[in-house]
Design a protein around this ligand. Structure first.
Ligand SMILES: Cc1cc2nc3c(=O)[nH]c(=O)nc-3n(C[C@H](O)[C@H](O)[C@H](O)COP(=O)(O)OP(=O)(O)OC[C@H]3O[C@@H](n4cnc5c(N)ncnc54)[C@H](O)[C@@H]3O)c2cc1C
Length: 503
């Protein structure tokens, strides 16, 4: 007889595990399947010579939501968190950014006295958006146009408009949400490390002593079965069929709708909407295990996260890289904005023996790296050498910030968008999927995308809302909670298409 469960969850990322945990709490028998040999999806951490490196998140926002969820599920009440501080070391500035707005007004006014009044007005406007007093103006104006009218200094426009060194790219509601996280709510990190979340949610998902629920790893779902418009289970890669009238996909929308579902089972307009939805870029990441006796880490005295760019002050300098070439110039990648994190120091869980883990990231385009992809976790021969050259250029650049770095490296690990796709399990390795379609995002009320046009099929994860309103981790957790509720209430199917970009 075919194996049957009350609910099947495809994917053991944070969204999937949270959904499973709530369903188990409600008494259901739940099967979680993940194609990876580990839980956590993008929030997974991996080990190299005793160091622990991140596959994705380096921090999270909405501490209250995360803590309340852990408490609700009866796991993780013992977890402790620390605030992550940000500092900009670029465009001639050296300034901590994770400060209350009143302090930021003072600090920015010192650097840009001619724009002091405008800075005050900017943060007042951000406050209005955050407090939802719904300013009359600003719904349709881009951050770029708004700042052009307000601020004289180009460098200041870039910092205020991107919380970094880029030209402003979003609408005002998203910019206000980002400053709110930076200045007010804070970005946080669990002392135990990022894996604490997936471990705790997995514990809750396995449930009580009878172990009526299960997490199975190395189990890739090949198809979601749909009979007469209703989800009826899944088919694994080896052809094994498992039945359930409730399926939650923690695999992202592109994977679920374009790979796991038979196109005949999806309304054509949904198929079209998911196919054409834009995804954000990915990152190129260098993780380093560092001997602290050989490198000068004083740059991290005030903040563990640095937004760094040695060049980029002149208008003539190239704003962004052209990725449409066979190989990019490693030096050009290194001259872009880099995020440098002291991820663990004197933290036995992350860097053993008082050593430190450094993470260097640069924005990167998936399509540029896609040509090296031969299949799942398979790459063409020159891929390793190319990514090593890019990594060394970033390390050389960061040695200006961290003297002695090159000689202090104990271990190096390099990830590209292909790594975030295969190891993390997200289409195109996209950091924020479509949920941060910032050019189209003008709404401060993201739509929930948990429901689907197929009865019994629900979505959980970072793409289960039309916008990334809380950051990846809390969004995934919140979506899991709501997906479980949708299953328990038998909600759906959904008719209205809320996928971003659909007019
Ligand atoms: C580089 C990077 C940096 C980030 N930084 C931050 C940050 O600082 N703060 C923050 O809050 N968020 C950050 N995020 C986002 C955050 O990590 C994610 O939003 C969150 O972890 C996603 O959880 P999820 O539930 O959507 O699932 P995912 O982590 O995407 O997991 C989906 C799971 O589904 C599995 N799966 C997919 N297809 C199948 C299949 N066919 N069969 C079986 N299993 C399948 C995958 O193996 C994976 O385990 C970052 C993401 C990236 C990529």
């Amino acid at each position: 007889m075919r194996e049957a469960w009350d609910a099947i969850v495809i994917g053991a990322g944070l969204g999937g595990l949270t959904a499973a945990a709530y369903l188990v709490k409600a008494g259901l028998r739940v099967l979680v399947l993940d194609r990876n040999p580990h839980i956590g999806g993008t929030a997974y951490v991996y080990h190299r010579k005793g160091f622990v490196f991140p596959m994705g998140p380096l921090g999270f926002s909405h501490l209250d939501l995360v803590q309340n969820t852990l408490k609700d599920l009866g796991v993780g009440e013992d977890l402790r968190f620390t605030r992550v501080h940000y500092q900009i070391r670029a465009l001639g500035l050296d300034l901590v950014l994770s400060l209350p707005f009143t302090d930021l007004v003072k600090e920015f006014s010192k650097f840009f006295p001619a724009d002091a009044g405008a800075v005050e007005q900017f943060f007042k406007h951000m406050d209005d958006w955050i407090s939802k007093s719904k300013p009359d103006q600003g719904h349709d104006i881009s951050a770029s146009d708004y700042l052009h009218n307000l601020i004289k200094d180009r460098r200041l426009r870039r910092i205020l408009g991107s919380i970094g060194t880029r030209e402003p790219y979003s609408g005002l509601p998203l910019l206000a949400a980002m400053w709110n996280l930076m200045g007010h709510e804070g970005i946080w990190f669990p002392y135990e490390g990022m894996q604490a979340f997936s471990e705790r949610f997995a514990r809750a998902a396995i449930g009580n002593k009878e172990k009526r629920s299960e997490i199975r790893l190395n189990q890739e779902v090949a198809k979601i079965r749909v009979d007469q418009g209703k989800a009826s289970g899944v088919v694994l890669m080896d052809g094994v069929q498992i039945s359930s009238s409730s399926v939650i996909s923690n695999a992202d929308y592109k994977t679920a709708f374009l790979k796991l579902l038979d196109p005949k089972t999806i309304p054509p307009d949904w198929h079209e909407a998911v196919s054409s939805a834009r995804q954000t870029d990915s990152v190129f990441q260098v993780c380093l295990g560092v001997d602290t006796s050989k490198a000068d880490l004083s740059a991290f005295r005030k903040a563990s996260r640095l937004i760094y760019r040695r060049h980029g002050e002149n208008n003539q300098e190239r704003e962004s890289l052209n990725w449409n070439v066979q190989e990019i110039d490693p030096g050009a990648l290194a001259s872009q904005e880099l995020e440098v994190s002291l991820w663990g120091r004197n933290w036995e869980m992350v860097s053993p023996g008082g050593r430190a883990s450094l993470v260097i990231r640069a924005e990167a385009e998936y399509n540029h790296f896609a040509k090296y992809r031969l299949g799942w976790r398979q790459r063409s021969p020159n891929y390793q050498e190319y990514k090593r050259r890019l990594a060394h250029a970033l390390i050389r650049e960061i040695a200006h910030l961290v003297p002695g770095l090159e000689k202090a490296i104990v271990v190096m690990d390099v990830a590209t968008p292909l790594t975030f796709e295969d190891q993390g399990g997200r289409s195109g390795g996209a950091v924020a999927g479509w949920s941060w379609d910032y050019e189209n995002f003008r709404d401060d009320q993201p739509k929930e995308l948990i429901g689907t046009p197929i009865k019994g099929l629900y979505m959980a994860g970072y793409q289960a809302f039309s916008a990334l309103f809380m950051g990846g981790i809390p969004t995934a957790i919140e979506s899991g909670k709501r997906a479980a509720r949708a299953v328990l209430q038998g909600m759906g199917p959904l008719q209205e298409i809320l996928i971003p970009g659909v007019k």
